[in-house]
Write a protein that binds this ligand. Structure first.
Ligand code: 5GP
Length: 195
């Protein structure tokens, strides 16, 4: 059970929640769909996206590049929607820097053995890539204290319930609340309530 499994369990259940599809220069794995799992692009296309400021963040991971398209995120946020991204620690740090309102959630692997099993289990990567992915994963664990929340990814139902709860609770934060809308529900105005 990888990260996507948890996201796929949560996405259909939380209203107004959208997944940010990243751009990557790595090759698609069997079953991956362009535009759903990733936008698969060439190195030249990726360079062009950086050059024209179309990536909100990007990072190199095990010799390939990954980035978050800025457009989609901005459009969702403008419409008051929630966007969820699946990005590494390098990307998370850039997002934290650029978007103070972002919430970082760390999905903690159930065990090192399970993490290793998952990385090997895909049967796609070269031995070298597997070794690098594992050593990078170990380093990422040390960065957990930079995140706002941690979810142990050992049980799909539990992990999905925790992620749902975090999203819902974060939406109820006073500082994220639109008091004009709230006051309108009472048939009054935010001004009248001195909010
Ligand atoms: P994979 O190749 O296994 O799909 O992803 C490798 C790593 O890249 C994962 O840790 C994933 O979270 C990260 N990743 C995927 N998309 C992005 C992105 O847009 N930006 C960053 N910084 N990392 C990403």
């Amino acid at each position: 059970m990888g990260k996507n499994t948890v996201l796929n369990a949560v996405l259909p259940e939380v209203p107004d929640l959208h997944y940010s599809v990243s751009v990557t220069t790595r090759a698609p794995r069997p079953g991956e769909v362009h535009g759903r799992d990733y936008f698969f692009v060439t190195d030249e296309e990726f360079d062009e996206m950086i050059r024209t400021g179309r990536l909100l963040e990007w990072a190199e991971f095990v010799g390939r590049r990954y980035g978050t398209p800025r457009d989609y995120i901005e459009r969702c946020l403008d419409e008051g929607l929630t966007v969820i991204m699946d990005i590494d620690i390098q990307g998370a740090r850039q997002i934290r820097e650029r978007m103070k309102e972002a919430i970082l959630v760390f999905l903690w692997p159930p065990s090192m053995q399970e993490l290793s099993r998952r990385i090997h289990g895909r049967g796609q990567d070269s031995q070298d890539a597997i070794t690098r992915r594992l050593s990078w994963a170990r380093q990422e664990l040390e960065a957990v204290t930079e995140y706002d929340y941690v979810i142990v990814n050992d049980d799909l139902e539990k992990a999905a319930a925790e992620l749902r709860a975090i999203i819902i609770a974060e939406r109820c934060r006073v500082r994220r609340t639109d008091f004009r809308q709230l006051a309108a529900k009472l048939g009054t105005s935010a001004d009248e309530l001195r909010l």
